[in-house]
Design a protein around this ligand. Structure first.
Ligand code: ZN
Length: 471
């Protein structure tokens, strides 16, 4: 799997820190300071609403009037009753007015936002995390011999810190939530994974039986926890600590010993300069709101492309070739994002899948771009990054065409300005699967798709060395 190393910061000593609340909306996430007044937690209401829409407030005598979008709210200094759009509601502690700043008890904020926004609110009180409109990034754990994969439903960007035998990921801006209990892990590498929420943040702590390292993969949606390379280096660092004689029998390292940051270590830096592993991105065209072509009255293109991409994934797997999917569900993924995912993951090959009701067999497309667009050493605009790869894209398309021919599948090869091929920094092709005969439904038939997928997987095996030579 292709990986980009995360910055690893030494764990900082716990200190008395500012209490905060984090709010996660569908489009924004932010944190607010929480202040204590008379033993209660309070937040400034105007600041809580500002990122969500236009808001203003004014003081009129003892009253504090708030206008959010088209709604009016009214509070009174030291009063435990508020009013939103004419509807009165109780506060668990009095409203406070400090200058022109209106403070409401933290515990009533979810209620207030629920009254003001046409959306669901979900408050995790103990962790001070408030989710609006169903926001939430879920994750699953996948433990394999090589390490532990944490797979998130959206890209994440945690702060990572390490102590011996412990790796901590702190999510402040990412609305990471735990959907299920994390399975108990019987593994030589990882002894436990715990999820917790605290002070407007979520934390995932992995306890290991060996020094661990975190890597990003799948464009930030996967974090892989693997043994740190060069354990010898780490033990050197530990044994040079003044209190630990080099000859000492193995004793548990004190919890306060900090391992050096992992990133500057030579082995990992070096790994960034070598060729990334050979991985294929399978891009099932359309999805979610974009259904693609309506192939028949009951058959939408987006379903056919996903079914085919999954078959191709297993055909590649059978041949020992790893792949990632730009989508593996009926979800909307903008076309530019698909290319960005491929580029971030540094895949070797990008295969976009489409389907059609017209024609027979498979059409194979490459980008309509000239390799001379590329200027050696210059920075390319993003929409022409394919120029550097178009020769290997065409070479791959030639091999695909030949393999389809061997499998007696009608085929043609053409160049087209097909999104997002121009944005992909890898050998990139698109294929359009058309029916095998008169019956349009054949485009979604398992046996037919299997034949095409097998031919494509063969072509990728055959074309691999050519593609590798150009990376
Ligand atoms: Zn399409």
């Amino acid at each position: 799997m292709v990986a980009v190393l995360l910055f690893v910061l030494p764990a900082s000593a716990p200190s008395a820190e500012q209490k905060q609340l984090s709010i996660y909306g569908p489009r924004v996430s932010y944190s607010l300071p929480v202040s204590e007044r008379n033993g209660q937690d309070y937040v400034a209401l105007l600041e809580a609403l500002e990122p969500l829409g236009s808001v203003s407030a004014s003081v009129e005598g003892q009253k504090w009037k708030l206008r959010f979008k088209k709604l009016e709210a009214e509070f009174r200094r030291n009063s435990p009753v508020g009013k939103i759009a004419g509807q009165k509601f109780g506060l668990p502690a009095p409203f406070l007015l400090e200058g022109d700043r209106g403070l409401v008890p933290l515990r009533v904020l979810p209620t207030i936002l629920g009254l003001m926004l046409p959306t669901r609110t979900d408050y995790h009180e103990a962790g001070r995390r408030l989710f609006l409109g169903g926001a939430g990034t879920r994750f699953t754990t996948d433990l394999r011999e090589a390490g532990l994969s944490l797979n998130f439903s959206a890209p994440v960007n945690p702060q990572i810190s390490t102590e011996p035998g412990k790796l901590k990921m702190t999510f402040t801006r990412d609305p990471v939530v735990s959907n299920a209990s994390i399975p108990r892990l019987e593994n030589p590498l990882v002894s436990s994974v715990t999820f917790s929420e605290n002070n407007g943040r979520a934390e995932l702590v992995v306890l290991g039986r060996t020094p661990l390292l975190a890597k990003f993969a799948a464009a930030g949606k996967t974090i892989e926890i693997v043994p740190a390379p060069g354990e010898a280096r780490q033990s050197t660092a530990l044994t040079t600590a003044p209190s630990t004689p080099a000859s000492a029998a193995p004793t548990p390292a004190p919890a306060t010993v900090e391992v050096p940051p992992i990133v500057p270590a030579p082995p990992t830096v070096q790994s960034l300069t070598v060729k990334p592993p050979f991985v294929v991105m399978l891009d099932a065209g359309h999805g979610g709101d974009d259904r693609g072509a309506l192939l028949s009255e009951t058959l939408e293109e987006k379903a056919v492309t996903l079914a085919f991409a999954r078959r191709l994934r297993s055909e590649l797997q059978n041949r020992g070739i790893g792949s990632v999917m730009s989508r593996d569900a009926d979800v909307t993924v903008p076309v530019e994002q698909r290319a960005a995912m491929a580029d971030a993951a540094r895949v070797a090959i990008f295969v976009s899948v489409h389907a059609a009701s017209q024609g027979r067999g498979v059409r194979v497309y490459t980008a309509m771009i000239n390799s001379l667009t590329s200027k050696p050493g210059g920075f390319l605009p993003w929409d022409t990054v394919q120029a550097d790869y178009v020769l290997s894209s065409r070479a791959l398309a030639d091999v695909v065409k030949a393999e389809l021919g061997k499998h007696e599948i009608p085929n043609s090869e053409l160049a087209a300005p097909l999104k997002p091929l121009n944005n992909v920094a890898a050998a990139a092709i698109a294929i359009e699967v058309a029916p095998s005969g008169e019956d349009v439904a054949s485009v979604n038939a398992g046996v037919y798709q299997q034949r095409i997928a097998a031919a494509l997987a063969e072509a990728i095996v055959v074309g691999r060395s050519r593609v590798e030579a150009q990376r």
